[in-house]
Design a protein around this ligand. Structure first.
Ligand SMILES: Cc1cc2nc3c(=O)[nH]c(=O)nc-3n(C[C@H](O)[C@H](O)[C@H](O)COP(=O)(O)OP(=O)(O)OC[C@H]3O[C@@H](n4cnc5c(N)ncnc54)[C@H](O)[C@@H]3O)c2cc1C
Length: 519
């Protein structure tokens, strides 16, 4: 009982069953929760931050009884309208206070509260020489395990171990009724009959609010090699990434075009950041002589590493010992022979050293607004999509230049069969309270700023829609569907009927994140 006296009966009821600081209803604070990285939605009626599963269940029951929409939110680092309700009037369930981490070394699992960030999970596991197979998106300083499991995520560990959904054993989900559904029928394995855990991965919170998540553990491989290659054409880049994804020698790799190398990623190397990275590299290098050699190579390469080719691919390779890492590096070089040329490895060395950088990239390198759009292509469609996309942009170039809209591209493997093509759009426009709260006044004071720009914003939104449609023409799949990518129209009728039946079984009144996944 908090004893808070408020006029809104629902808010008063929530305050009654949660601790005093676990209900937020001041207009200024609510505005932050009405925005994701990209879009602004309707104002929520309140935000709750339950501190344990029982409190979460109590808050859900109150909302369910009142017939109020419930919208789960983890770190808020997404940009696909996943927790943005245009109509407003909903209750946001901020999972940030569900932050327990229980490591069971003997059982080889870790069970976390859904609101644990990937950065905090890594810190806890590092101390024991352990890791999860997939170990987080680049946004892991803010992004939560629950958020990633709810919308499918990739990056760290993904070449070797796949996406977030492939690194979870079981989940406890609070349903719209307030009941807890445990997806696990066994403590030791996930695939006990039909995959109930899988059902809740990528659901964008429409089936319920994840409260607890159990992930498998692996040993950290402390030795590493970082390799970078430059390519003159997209076709060569794609061929190299496909071969590397099939060979699975690296823990993760990612690619950047020239625009992103020099802008978004390249700018992370201000003097302060460089010094910190240099120290981290040395501190973490199991072999100090090798650490110093890496640093010297980075220093000599300087900015050139960011400009070495039209496309660049960056690999992080791990081993139990230096010999294993070196052999994998040798084999990878052999795989890529004839496709690209090896360049200085500054970028993967940065990323290996600071895997979860501050979220400076929620704005562009010149303070512009930013939104990424991605599609996952079958390898036999990726090059054709690239050509069609370039033709589309060439036809729009004059309009884009006039409105200050520009773009860059980034790539990741999705197992051996998928190729993720991500397009980052930038346009001059005002920030929202999301950007102000995430980056802080001190940082923003040093960044260029823009007046509200309806014309450029509308153009970027139209371009985003056109790119998604083009991706669909080439058969793309998507992660992080939220309200931004089509889902149900892509399903065969019997599959769509099954998904709708599951939704009405779990949430008959349609109160869980209405609008996401088209529900
Ligand atoms: C700078 C930057 C870098 C990024 N890098 C990557 C990257 O490397 N790889 C990548 O895949 N993505 C990346 N992203 C996108 C995003 O950060 C990730 O996809 C991340 O997983 C989002 O997690 P979150 O906790 O912030 O989720 P949120 O944004 O809070 O929520 C995402 C969705 O999940 C739902 N949800 C959240 N928590 C729960 C829960 N407990 N139960 C049920 N539903 C829930 C929400 O309703 C919403 O639909 C990046 C974003 C930024 C800003």
């Amino acid at each position: 009982m908090s004893g808070v006296v408020v006029e809104d009966a629902l808010v008063a009821a929530l305050a009654d069953v949660l601790e005093a600081d676990a209900v937020i209803y001041e207009a200024g604070a609510l505005d932050y929760y009405a925005n994701d990285v990209y879009r602004s939605g309707g104002l929520p009626r309140a935000v709750v931050r339950p501190k344990n599963v029982e409190a979460l269940q109590r808050a859900v029951r109150i909302c369910a009884e009142a017939g109020v929409a419930m919208v789960p939110r983890g770190g808020g680092a997404s940009y696909t309208d996943g927790y943005i309700l245009p109509a407003g009037g909903h209750v946001v369930f901020d999972t940030g206070a569900l932050d327990t981490i229980e490591i069971n070394e003997q059982a080889t699992v870790v069970t976390v509260g859904a609101g644990v960030t990937w950065a905090n999970l890594k810190a806890a596991l590092d101390a024991k020489g352990l890791r999860t197979p997939f170990w987080g998106p680049f946004s892991g300083i803010a992004a939560t395990v629950g958020g990633s499991m709810s919308q499918n995520t990739l990056s760290h560990g993904s070449t070797m171990h796949g996406i977030s959904a492939q690194s979870v054993l079981s989940m406890d989900v609070v349903l719209a009724s307030g009941e807890v559904l445990s997806t696990s029928a066994s403590d030791a394995m996930r695939f006990y009959g039909p995959d109930l855990t899988g059902l809740f991965t990528g659901d964008c919170g429409v089936f319920g609010i994840k409260a607890r998540i159990t992930l498998p553990l692996l040993p950290v491989l402390p030795y590493f090699e970082c390799l970078s290659f430059a390519f003159d054409s997209f076709a060569d880049y794609h061929a190299a990434s496909r071969k590397a994804a099939m060979a699975r020698l690296d823990d993760s790799h990612f690619g950047l075009d020239l625009a992103l190398s020099q802008g978004q990623i390249g700018r992370q190397d201000g003097m302060g950041a460089r010094l910190k990275i240099a120290l981290d590299v040395l501190k973490r290098a199991p072999n100090k002589v090798k650490g110093i050699t890496q640093l010297l190579r980075m220093a000599i390469a300087g900015e050139d590493a960011m400009r070495a080719g039209a496309y660049m691919c960056h690999f992080i390779i791990e081993g139990f010992d230096a010999e294993e890492a070196a052999i994998k590096a040798k084999l990878l070089r052999r795989q890529l022979d004839g496709l690209g040329r090896e360049i200085a490895n500054s970028i993967p060395t940065f990323v290996q050293s600071v895997p979860f950088a501050p979220l400076f990239n929620v704005l562009g390198p010149g303070g512009e607004r930013w939104v990424p759009i991605h599609g996952v292509f079958a390898h036999d469609r990726a090059v054709a999509f690239d050509a069609a996309f370039k033709a589309m942009i060439a036809a729009r170039k004059a309009e884009m230049d006039a409105l200050g809209v520009w773009l860059g591209t980034m790539f990741s493997p999705v197992g051996p069969t998928g190729f993720l093509y991500e397009i980052a759009l930038y346009w001059p426009d005002d920030r929202t309270s999301y950007h102000r709260q995430t980056l802080g006044d001190e940082y923003l004071a040093k960044q260029p700023s823009f007046a509200p720009n309806d014309a450029s914003r509308a153009y970027a939104d139209d371009l985003k829609t056109a790119i998604v449609a083009l991706m669909q023409d080439y058969g793309a799949g998507h992660f992080q569907l939220g309200r931004a990518y089509p889902y149900q129209p892509r399903l065969a009728p019997p599959a769509a009927a099954l998904v709708r039946a599951i939704k009405s079984q779990l949430d008959p009144k349609g109160l869980m994140n209405p609008g996401a996944l088209g529900f």
